[in-house]
Design a binder for this molecule. Structure first.
Ligand SMILES: Cc1cc2nc3c(=O)[nH]c(=O)nc-3n(C[C@H](O)[C@H](O)[C@H](O)COP(=O)(O)OP(=O)(O)OC[C@H]3O[C@@H](n4cnc5c(N)ncnc54)[C@H](O)[C@@H]3O)c2cc1C
Length: 343
């Protein structure tokens, strides 16, 4: 039986731990308990990229597998984790609207786009200058239950401690007198201080989210234009999120709040009361592709990181692919391999 140490209990570390445990491996997960990405995120899976109205990277592979993965997790944990979500995108220009209209009936896009109808043209007149489209196949994942369910596996032991880099022998993978077959680093943005993988240059992208109370938004649909307004009941909404590149602090800011309120003004002209504000950090990469593989020199050290703004959609299938790479030597997706980055 193989023995893995995983550093990081966000969605990357938890999903990989689970996949390896399902294959009979023994897993120890070290996590500080101070998560600033997975547990801050909206947990939303959206199949489209609205700017040019294209499909999200490998969505035809990622989404069906993610649904199956979270669905199985619901069944084994007896806990609701995956929620279908209605999402309405307000077109930001005639060009965007035309992209939608020309794609909505094509085989490639009809899985993800409803045909625009009269109501889509006229509902929410405040935001509706160019009309709107209803996205199919959107989901929200409950991050708290998802991580709890993934780690609640008989083969997984969780250690609530900071992993001490100086205590690891990188050649033998011996840590605190215990020998591992492999140590996999899934530290999110904190990999910037990892002595073996900091060369990968994870670029931290701060994101802020508001909880607000207001009227004039939908109780049943997430509305999207410049920001997303997701109903959470009792006229309350989660408004997200900002993108502040190259920033690794989790302090909430007036700037972030004002930006979100300005964007929200595109969706409603009603008064807004801010109830809460949080900030997190996405582990982003320069080419917007994940980072997966063994270290070029130390073959008992590996990394699974760089999930950027799409961890909930990508992690299920990529963790399966990472597991097959580690256990069976299968190739990784060419766009994710470490060889693309100079040491
Ligand atoms: C505001 C915001 C909104 C987002 N919304 C969405 C969304 O709607 N949909 C979506 O798919 N994605 C969203 N994301 C992105 C998503 O959150 C990330 O892609 C994903 O959470 C990254 O997961 P991760 O496991 O790589 O990193 P993390 O969740 O950051 O986990 C890393 C873990 O490693 C631990 N760690 C680090 N170093 C050590 C160490 N030395 N020892 C022990 N433990 C360590 C940390 O404590 C942490 O728990 C959002 C992100 C933000 C910030």
């Amino acid at each position: 039986m193989k023995n893995f140490l995983i550093v990081g209990g966000g969605i990357a570390g938890c999903s990989l731990a689970y996949q390896l445990a399902q294959k009979g491996c023994q897993i120890t997960v070290f996590d500080t308990g101070n998560n600033v990405s997975t547990k801050v995120a909206g947990g939303v899976m959206i199949p489209l990229v609205f700017r040019r109205m294209t499909k999200s990277w490998r969505v035809d592979d990622f989404l069906p597998y993610a649904k199956q993965f979270y669905g199985e997790l619901e069944a084994t944990s007896n806990q609701k984790i995956l929620y279908p979500m209605a999402l309405r995108r307000f077109f930001s220009s005639n060009q965007e609207r035309n992209y939608w209209l020309t794609r909505q009936n094509t085989p490639e896009f009809s899985t993800y786009m409803n045909e625009v109808n009269e109501e889509d043209e006229t509902c929410f007149p405040y935001a509706n200058k160019f009309g709107s489209g209803r996205v199919k196949e959107c989901y929200r994942v409950d991050a708290e239950w998802m991580t709890t369910a993934l780690l609640n596996h008989t083969q997984i032991t969780v250690v609530n401690q900071r992993f001490d880099y100086s205590a690891l022998d990188a050649t033998t993978a011996i840590y605190q007198q215990k020998t591992y077959d492999c140590v996999v680093f899934c530290e999110g943005y904190e990999s910037i201080s990892n002595p073996w993988f900091s060369y990968l240059n994870i670029d931290p992208t701060k994101g802020e989210v508001l909880t607000v109370k207001t009227t004039g938004l939908s109780n049943t649909e997430v509305l999207n234009r410049k920001c997303s307004a997701a109903p959470i009941g009792n006229s309350m909404y989660k408004i997200g999120a900002t993108y502040e590149w190259h920033t690794a602090n989790t302090t909430v800011s007036e700037k972030g709040k004002n930006e979100l309120l300005e964007h929200l003004a595109c969706l409603t002209d009603q008064p807004v009361e801010v109830l809460d504000q949080v900030a997190g950090i996405r582990p982003t990469t320069v080419d917007r592709r994940p980072l997966m593989g063994l270290h070029p020199e130390f073959n008992k050290l590996a990394v699974f990181n760089g999930l950027g703004a799409k961890g909930f959609l990508l992690a299920p299938l990529l963790s399966k692919e990472m597991c097959a790479y580690l256990l069976e030597g299968k190739d990784l997706d060419k766009e994710c391999v470490l060889q693309r980055i100079k040491v």
